[in-house]
Design a protein around this ligand. Structure first.
Ligand SMILES: Cc1cc2nc3c(=O)[nH]c(=O)nc-3n(C[C@H](O)[C@H](O)[C@H](O)COP(=O)(O)O)c2cc1C
Length: 355
C-alpha cells in the first residue's frame, strides 16, 4: 500500500502526467478505471501565463477524486513555491514537480529535465517548495541528463532529504528523449538508495510488463503514460493481474483483456473482474466523449475528442482507415458523437452476434 502524506492510494498503478492528454476528463476516467493517482498536465510556474484558456483548463479540478495532484514546472525556487501556494489555495492536495520533461519549450530555459544538470539548484527548488506548502510535494525525474551523467541516484537522495514524499522515475535520460527502450537498472538503484515511495515509469504497456518492472526494480508502484492512450482500462487490467488475477484467456486488444464472452449476461473468462465486454468499452468511449464536450465546449471539444477517437480507433478498428476517416471528418460534437455511437455500436454488436 502506497501512502503519500495523509493519502493512501487505492492502487500502486498511476497515470503519468501528459500535457495535452491528462486533462480533467481523462484523469477522472482513469481514476474510475483503477488508476491510483492522476496528476494534472504540467502547468508553468509563471503565473503571468495563467490567464490563458489552456492554463485555466489545466487548473480545473471540479469533480476530481482525491487526492488532486497538480504538476508544476519551473526553475526559480520562489516562483515555483508561489505557484505551488496558489494551486494549493485552489484545491491542489499534492504538488508534483516536473524535472522529467525533455521538451524544448520547457528546456529552452533551464527547466524540466535540464535541471538535473544543476544539483544545488534542484535542492533549492525542492526545499523552497516543500517549505512553502502544507501538502505533500512529489517529484518526477528522468534517470539523468545523458547516458554519461546518470545522476538519478544523487537527485533521489537530494529529493528525500528535501522532504519530497514520492518520486517517479522515467527510465530514460533527457538526451534519450523517447528513443530506445527504457532501462530499469537506474530505477532499481534509486529504489534501493531511498525510503520514500518510488514509481517506475517508461514503456509499461501490459500487466505482465508491470509485474516484471516491479519485480526487477523493487519499486512501490508503476506509472503508465502512453499505453493508456485509447486504453484507459489498462489500469483495471494491471490492477487485477497484480492482485493475483490470471490473464484473461479470450481475445486481447493490444494486450488488454476486453471483449470477454457473455453467457447469460455474465462475463466468463479467466479474469472476469478485469475483462470488459465490448458494449462496456463502447459505453466508456461514449461517456468519455460526452465529458470532453462538457468540459471544453463545442469547438475545442471536437478537436480534443478527435485525438482520443484516433487512439480508440487504433484499438478497436486497427484495419479500418475508413471508420477512422469518417470519425475524423465530423465537424460538430453532435455529428462526432452520432458517428462514434454508430461505429462503436456496430463493433459491440459484432461481438454479441459472434457469442
Ligand atoms: C504526450 C506526452 C506528454 C507528456 N507530458 C508530460 C508532462 O506534462 N509532465 C511530465 O512530467 N511528463 C510528461 N510526459 C512524460 C510521461 O509522463 C512519461 O514519463 C513518459 O511518457 C514515459 O512513460 P510511458 O512510456 O508510460 O509513456 C509526457 C509524455 C507524452 C507522451
Amino acid at each position: 500500500m502506497i501512502t503519500i502524506g495523509p493519502y493512501v492510494l487505492p492502487s500502486p498503478v498511476v497515470l503519468a502526467p501528459m500535457a495535452g492528454v491528462t486533462d480533467r476528463p481523462f484523469r477522472i476516467l482513469c481514476r474510475k478505471l483503477g488508476a491510483g493517482l492522476a496528476a494534472s498536465e504540467m502547468l508553468t510556474s509563471d503565473t503571468r501565463l495563467w490567464n490563458t484558456a489552456k492554463s485555466r483548463f489545466r487548473m480545473s479540478h471540479e469533480g476530481e477524486p482525491e487526492p488532486r495532484v497538480v504538476q508544476l514546472a519551473g526553475a526559480d525556487p520562489q516562483t515555483v513555491a508561489e505557484a505551488a501556494r496558489l494551486n494549493v489555495d485552489q484545491g491542489a492536495q499534492i504538488i508534483d514537480l516536473n524535472m522529467g520533461c525533455p521538451a524544448k519549450k520547457v528546456c529552452g530555459k533551464l527547466c524540466g529535465s535540464a535541471l538535473l544538470q544543476d544539483e544545488s539548484l534542484v535542492a533549492r527548488i525542492l526545499e523552497t517548495v516543500v517549505g512553502a506548502v502544507n501538502v505533500p510535494v512529489t517529484l518526477k525525474i528522468r534517470t539523468g541528463w545523458d547516458r554519461e551523467h546518470r545522476n538519478g541516484v544523487s537527485i533521489a537522495r537530494i529529493a528525500e532529504s528535501s522532504g519530497i514524499q514520492a518520486l517517479a522515475v522515467h527510465g530514460r535520460t533527457r538526451a534519450d528523449f523517447y528513443e530506445g527502450a527504457a532501462e530499469y537498472e537506474t530505477i532499481r538503484a534509486i529504489k534501493s538508495a531511498i525510503r520514500i515511495p518510488v514509481f517506475a515509469n517508461g514503456d509499461i504497456n501490459a500487466p505482465q510488463k508491470a509485474r516484471e518492472v516491479l519485480d526487477f526494480t523493487g519499486a512501490d508502484g508503476v506509472m503508465i503514460g502512453r499505453a493508456s492512450h485509447g486504453a484507459p482500462w489498462i489500469f483495471r487490467s494491471v490492477n487485477a493481474f497484480l492482485s493475483g488475477g490470471h490473464l484473461h484467456n479470450g481475445p486481447l486488444i493490444n494486450g488488454h483483456p476486453v471483449n470477454g464472452h457473455l453467457v447469460n449476461g455474465h462475463l466468463v473468462n479467466g479474469n472476469s473482474h478485469a475483462a470488459l465486454s465490448r458494449s462496456e468499452v463502447r459505453d466508456i468511449i461514449l461517456a468519455h466523449l460526452d465529458s470532453l464536450y462538457a468540459f471544453y465546449g463545442e469547438g475545442t471539444g471536437v478537436r480534443v475528442a478527435r485525438k482520443h477517437l484516433g487512439w480508440y480507433c487504433e484499438q478497436c478498428f486497427p484495419d479500418s482507415a475508413q471508420v477512422r476517416r469518417n470519425l475524423m471528418e465530423a465537424a460538430s460534437t453532435a455529428a462526432q458523437f452520432a458517428l462514434a455511437g454508430k461505429h462503436f455500436d456496430e463493433w459491440a454488436g459484432e461481438a454479441a452476434q459472434a457469442a
